[in-house]
Write a new protein. Sequence first.
Length: 628
Amino acid sequence: MCGIAGIFAFNETGREYFKNIDSAVNTLKQRGPDKQQAIESGNVCLGHARLSIIDLSDAASQPMTDITKRYTIVFNGEIYNFKEHREYLVKKGLPLRTNSDTEVLLYLYIIEGPKFIKKLNGFFAFAIHDNRENTLFIARDRMGIKPLLFYRDRNKLLFASEMKALIELGIPKKIDQTSVSQYFQFNYIPSPNTIFEEVKKLAPGHSIFIQNGQAKEETYYSIPYNRSNLTHVSYDDSKIQLQKLIEQSVKDRLIADVPLGAFLSGGIDSSIIVAEASKHTSQLNTFSIGFKDEPYFDETHYAKLVADKFKTNHEAFQLTNDDLYANLHGVLDYIDEPFADSSALPVNILSMYTKKHATVALSGDGADELFSGYNKHSAHYHAMNQGGKSALIKMGLPLWKSLPKSRNGKLSNLTRQLEKYSKGLKLNEKERYWHWATLQNESDANQLLRYSILLNQLKVRKTEILKHLLHIQTINDVLYTDMQLVLVSDMLHKVDSMSMANSLEVRTPFLDHNLVNFVFTLPEEYKINSKMKKRILQDTYKNVLPKELYQRPKQGFEVPLLKWFRTELKDEINTKYLNPDFIESQRVFNPKTIETMKKQLFSNNPGDIQAHIWAMIVFQHWWKNHME
């Protein structure tokens, strides 16, 4: 696990940017604290910040060049099947000098060229330069677990693991107005777009090959989903196959030359990972966080039940809201593109505490998107199978609109959810998906902005995001779109950035491509029905996990943003982030809308305003760090 950066110069003007590589790599030190270095090779400059996981020797450091000095690689990630490929390379008589997966990657490319990528099982972003042919091959893993951003003009192509490194390399910082609008709808910027017009995220399962001054982007993998060609295997047989795939995926991800553990929240997903991992190691370390000030959200009791059953070395970190708040500005400082999923705060703290005991952690991320684990999935299911209950909720929309709404009270949160659900029932399938995936509608997001949004550009972006929803027929269509949108741009980005901020590698067994391919052959009814989400996943492990895990609702911790905004952060909001003079000087936001938001924040009916205020704070902090 590391950070990478690089420059491909198309001409001498492009080569002038080589002088920026050291400062770019230096911004990636938290991703790779063990060693930072860069090399120049022909018209390419490659940089690497290393977090040592496999083969800790200096010989495995990067950038790594083959024995002939022709090929050089920079690589971020892990290849779980590298040992079998290493055996293949040794049998062919190749002069391997390390026990690293990096060297295996390099020599596989030397022998087989770009097609070798389909043989890899892992998560990665890498670049390989052929100095003789003057080519560069760049690729990102199938699910988009590892990030890779790039910028291209006629003089150069720049790439890096993080935006802050690209900024150091010298990208033009022209704000993408459509991205700003979508950021305030989603609280993140949907891939492949970024906050800057000319910077893109390389899509999952994509590669770029640069040859003869031309950069060609190709797709080497996409989830093989076909709604008309699902499995005919029985439910019980599918459970058996699912368990085998999960176990193999977990086993593959236990390889490391450093201390390894697993996140254990007490929910079904992380508990399954721990159950499978405990079969293959007798010294599994598990980590959870509890919330002293929010006992309703504290799941450490359930985590301990799982830890005791599988005899793990368990650490439960008990936190207060003050602990969360103390780390707030550190998170804001690390964010190098506006990203306002507030659950990044507890993920950051969990990663920070886990890093004190381990360098690698397994997590249960991806299961909700694969198996339908969110409330919105139940909402979509019931919308597709509308009965009397849904009809009554839809009829009650005028009532839900009139009642107070807030995330901070049980009844007011229920009315908030009922209003959003009933509004969604009145929309067509695509608009319903958009409505339930966003926190703010397009009109309100655009009203927040000072400039006029090009509605046609917004429509183009929206159409691209929803292209997989040709016509929603089953939950699988929703899940397939979630894998492209929510998983990549929100969940994986959050975990990668917050874990890397603490030099911790997080591995996600549910996102093994063999497992993902299998899950998308399963029919809708295997995943969800009127009573149960993640049906096949829960049933597969019902006799394995403690029964108490099945006797409670899914809980999601709510960061106490509203309380902070009305107390500790109140002065900072008024004098710094939403200060009228600052708002006026930016010329980004509509001052009247900002004042209306502030009034709602301190009213008795805040609704979802805390999420929108948090999005503003994140954006303003980012602006001060990177645009002023």
